[in-house]
Design a protein around this ligand. Structure first.
Ligand code: 6U4
Length: 179
């Protein structure tokens, strides 16, 4: 399937991938569960649940672990749907975030030290003004369950210099951007 290109990035930096993260989005009745991050990277922004992939852990294991730690829920049908690669020019490094969705989960949702409060948001009412500036670029694909890869270039912590999004019909091409 031919990828859809949203914007073309002229620069193709070969920056070293510095950190590997996960992000999980639970879905129910056209709503998604988000948490307000209380500390560290992305403090003060609403986001899905996730964190750094630890040594000897798969991205899937990390996704499950962080979900449990941050909102007390156990994922039953995690689906790897996308990858977002951030090229951080100000830091001369790249971060990669593996994106998962999930519709079957068990437990009682609870805020945590890192994500508080947590709240279900209708797909049409996502609080983009209180989120990472890149969120509106790729959330529509995630909400729509499209396999996608996104490459976002930040020239400083708050400024997006360019973005490119590609949509695929399976996961294998998505993962190439994370290599
Ligand atoms: N530009 C960006 N846009 C976005 O939507 N999410 C981002 C992002 N950059 C990083 N993230 C996500 C990835 C990850 O889920 C989270 C940051 O994770 P943390 O640094 O909080 O990791 P940990 O939970 O492992 O940290 P600690 O337990 O505080 O060491 O933010």
């Amino acid at each position: 399937m031919k990828p859809e290109i949203e914007t073309n990035l002229e620069i193709d930096t070969k920056m070293h991938v510095n950190k590997l993260f996960t992000l999980v989005f639970l879905k129910k009745n056209k709503s998604v569960l988000l948490g307000l991050k209380t500390r560290g990277l992305g403090k003060g922004f609403w986001n899905g649940f996730g964190g750094k992939v630890e040594k000897n852990e798969t991205v899937m294991d990390c996704a499950k672990r962080e979900l449990k730690e941050e909102c007390n829920l156990e994922a039953k049908d995690l689906k790897q749907i996308g990858v977002v690669r951030y090229d951080l020019l100000h830091d001369n490094s790249s971060d990669v975030v593996h994106i998962f969705t999930c519709t079957q989960f068990e437990g009682v949702e609870k805020p945590s030290e890192e994500m508080n409060p947590i709240q279900w948001y209708k797909f049409r009412a996502i609080p983009f003004t209180q989120m990472w500036p890149d969120s509106p670029h790729w959330y529509p694909y995630m909400l729509d369950e499209k396999y996608f890869s996104a490459r976002i270039t930040y020239s400083d912590e708050n400024t997006i210099k360019g973005s490119s999004i590609q949509v695929y019909n399976n996961l294998s091409n998505v993962l190439k951007i994370a290599e």
